[in-house]
Design a protein around this ligand. Structure first.
Ligand SMILES: [Zn+2]
Length: 261
């Protein structure tokens, strides 16, 4: 009886598996969004309990200020936490959670560069990339089991779940986003930062800075989950004139953020 029930749930999930991303790409997605949000909330709360949160008020206000300007464009309440961690990283999780490492804040030259990273991360969430990765890389039964497993990062299934959410690196599991997902997050992130009134041209500077830091041998968690593709900067430049217009419109509309660290 239970097996039948499970099977019919699985079949109905699969029948509803076609979706479209914000850039118009068709996606295979079967996990219920509320379950994936639940995974994000769980992962974030365990990160907060296990990793030191920065006591630097200026850093925290800086990250909040940048994230707030961007999330005004997406809607929803987002929680932003700065973690005391020298590695260059930031992440956003389903369920509207954003984490930024102090190492990344040290790296950026200005608010616009931090906005480029946060916009990119939110781009992954808005495009439901975690859900798509779970749907592509697991069976329905495993996907649903992962909702529970995310509370147990010491297990193999829990680690895979965190990896697919994009935050497995600190648990030893690195599952990089695909090139398609990276490009999509770049495109959405660029629009978002520009609509918030940040200078979109700083996104290119940020990625060049990241590459340089990686070549210098700095531990860069971010680059392991968000691989750098030669086409990243080309793609950003192709979308730049539109993004600059969006920024001018934002300024015209009084959206001119002033966040400083
Ligand atoms: Zn990415």
């Amino acid at each position: 009886m239970l097996k039948k029930l499970f099977l019919s749930t699985a079949v109905s999930l699969l029948l509803n598996a076609c979706a479209t991303s914000p850039t118009g790409r068709s996606q295979f997605i079967y996990m219920p969004d509320n379950q994936v949000d639940q995974m994000g909330l769980q992962a974030f709360s365990s990160m907060k309990s296990k990793n030191p949160i920065s006591g630097n008020q200026r850093y925290s206000q800086f990250a909040q200020c940048v994230a707030y300007a961007i999330t005004q464009q997406t809607g929803g309440q987002w929680e932003v936490v700065v973690f005391e961690d020298e590695s260059l990283n930031a992440f956003a999780l389903p369920g509207n959670k954003i984490g930024v490492h102090t190492g990344l804040i040290n790296l950026v030259d200005n608010q616009d560069q931090l906005a480029a990273v946060i916009g990119h991360e939110i781009g992954h969430v808005l495009s439901r990339h975690s859900n798509e990765r779970l749907s592509q890389e697991t069976a329905v039964s495993t996907g649903l089991a992962m909702v529970q497993a995310v509370t147990q990062p010491q297990t193999a299934l829990g680690q895979t779940a965190l990896g697919l959410l994009g935050v497995g690196a600190q648990y030893g599991v690195i599952l990089p986003y695909s090139r398609i997902h990276e490009t999509e997050a770049d495109t959405i992130g660029l629009d978002l930062m520009a609509k918030a009134g940040f200078d979109p041209r700083q996104s290119v500077n940020l990625w060049l800075k990241m590459d340089k830091a990686a070549q210098g041998g700095q531990p860069i968690e971010f680059m392991s989950t968000h691989p750098s593709h030669a086409s990243r900067i080309d793609n950003l430049n192709q979308n730049m004139s539109r993004a600059v217009q969006l920024q001018q419109q934002a300024w015209g509309g009084g959206r001119q953020p002033r966040c400083s660290k």
